[in-house]
Write a protein that binds this ligand. Structure first.
Ligand SMILES: Cc1ncc(COP(=O)(O)O)c(C=O)c1O
Length: 380
């Protein structure tokens, strides 16, 4: 059976050589724009491509503002700071995510709380979130959501759109609003994914994207903060650019800022990639359709886009019967030159986060044992 899968994927990609999980594709103006950036000498964080890239992302996702950053992790870190996460705060997120989602909570010296995901979306479960908040929190006289166990304020919630599949973000935002918890959407993986017709990253106060080399489109390394809030947008620009007070020649900084700027060189790549964003999305969705048809005749379930969602299918994934079957599958495919990988080890099982408060994590644990990513490079 597994050999049939290997054959099928080798045929899709037209090769019997090693097939990586997700390779970037450059078939547009990438070299032209990068060369232009070099010729202009504006290779660092000031230049026309940074502005153009921000405008292109804002227009594409439909946000009022977009602020480019050095990577998705820095965008997420600033996203949390924008909504006031500090050393006295706690932040709810899902245990099934890439490490950056949890790391940035620690960068703010805040504590994470891990709440389960749904099996169909792989993202934060609104039902489990509601249960946790009802059982473990109360609203104090300052209208803050207080964790009964720790006595700390739960300031933010970071849902993540896993592999580009939107979670039930509208319900999550509604619940968080009722508890005065700010939503920072980790949309690092979901550029081009929509929930109920609205682009992911636009439901929370702040949304964040990544343009790492393995993402749908890339700047080599890069990120973006999107928001409709002018005050937050201005603050994001300020603290990602060392908090320098504008002045023609004096160097004055009014708080501890960060050098989280995207370079013009990287943005040049991003502008060229964005010119073909719809090609990337269409091709990814065509590939997912091929997988969907193929896996229907097998005992392996292909993960489809959730109900009422349009997914970018950034990383295709399947569900194996159990952990043992998963491990056999991983070994067979990798030995055959097909790069496949298991989903992340749950955050609460990592040494750094093992003491974090958790809700019931039965879905995340079930998925951790079974989900495998399969070849997902765009086929042109
Ligand atoms: C869910 C998630 N969050 C955050 C990040 C961080 O982005 P970056 O690698 O650009 O720092 C990534 C990916 O890399 C991610 O997949």
């Amino acid at each position: 059976m597994y050999q049939n899968i290997v054959n099928f994927i080798q045929e899709l990609y037209g090769t019997k050589e090693f097939i990586p999980l997700h390779e970037p594709q450059f078939f547009g103006n990438e070299k032209k724009y990068v060369n232009e950036a070099i010729d202009s000498t504006f290779v660092s964080s000031i230049g026309k491509y940074v502005i153009e890239f921000e405008e292109k992302i804002a227009t594409f996702v439909g946000s009022k503002y977009a602020i480019a950053t050095s990577n998705g992790t820095s965008a997420l870190h600033i996203g949390l700071k924008l909504v006031g996460v500090d050393e006295d705060s706690e932040v709810i997120t899902q245990p099934l995510t890439f490490i950056a989602t949890a790391n940035v909570i620690s960068y703010c010296h805040a504590q994470p709380i891990f709440i389960d995901v749904d099996r169909d979306t792989l993202g934060l479960s609104p039902e489990k979130l509601k249960i946790f908040l009802e059982e473990h929190t109360f609203i104090n006289e300052n209208q803050e959501c207080i964790n009964k166990t720790s006595g700390k304020v739960i300031k933010a919630c970071v849902p993540m759109h896993t592999f580009g599949h939107p979670c039930r973000i509208d319900e999550i935002v509604k619940i968080c609003d009722a508890y005065n918890i700010s939503v920072v959407e980790d949309a690092a993986e979901s550029l081009g994914s929509y929930y109920k017709g609205k682009h992911t990253g636009r439901f929370g106060k702040v949304g964040v994207f990544s343009f790492n080399g393995n993402k749908l489109i890339t700047t080599g390394g890069g990120g973006m903060i999107v928001t409709d809030d002018e005050v937050l947008a201005k603050r994001a620009k300020h603290i990602t650019t060392t908090a320098k007070v504008p002045h023609p020649y004096e160097y004055i900084h009014d708080e501890i800022g960060y050098n989280y700027r995207l370079t013009n060189l990287a943005a040049a790549l991003g502008v060229a990639q964005m010119e073909n964003i719809n090609v990337f999305i269409d091709k990814q969705r065509e590939l997912a359709q091929e997988y969907s048809i193929f896996f229907k005749d097998t005992d392996i379930a292909f993960i489809e886009e959730p109900h009422e969602a349009k997914s970018n299918y950034w990383l295709n994934a399947v569900i194996l019967k159990d952990r043992e079957t998963r491990d056999t599958f991983l070994k067979y495919t990798n030995d055959s030159g097909l790069m496949t990988r298991s989903i992340w080890r749950l955050m609460n099982k990592l040494e750094m986060f093992q003491h974090a408060q958790c809700g019931d994590l039965s879905n995340a644990e079930w998925l951790e044992d079974r989900v495998v990513n399969i070849s997902s490079s765009v086929i042109l």
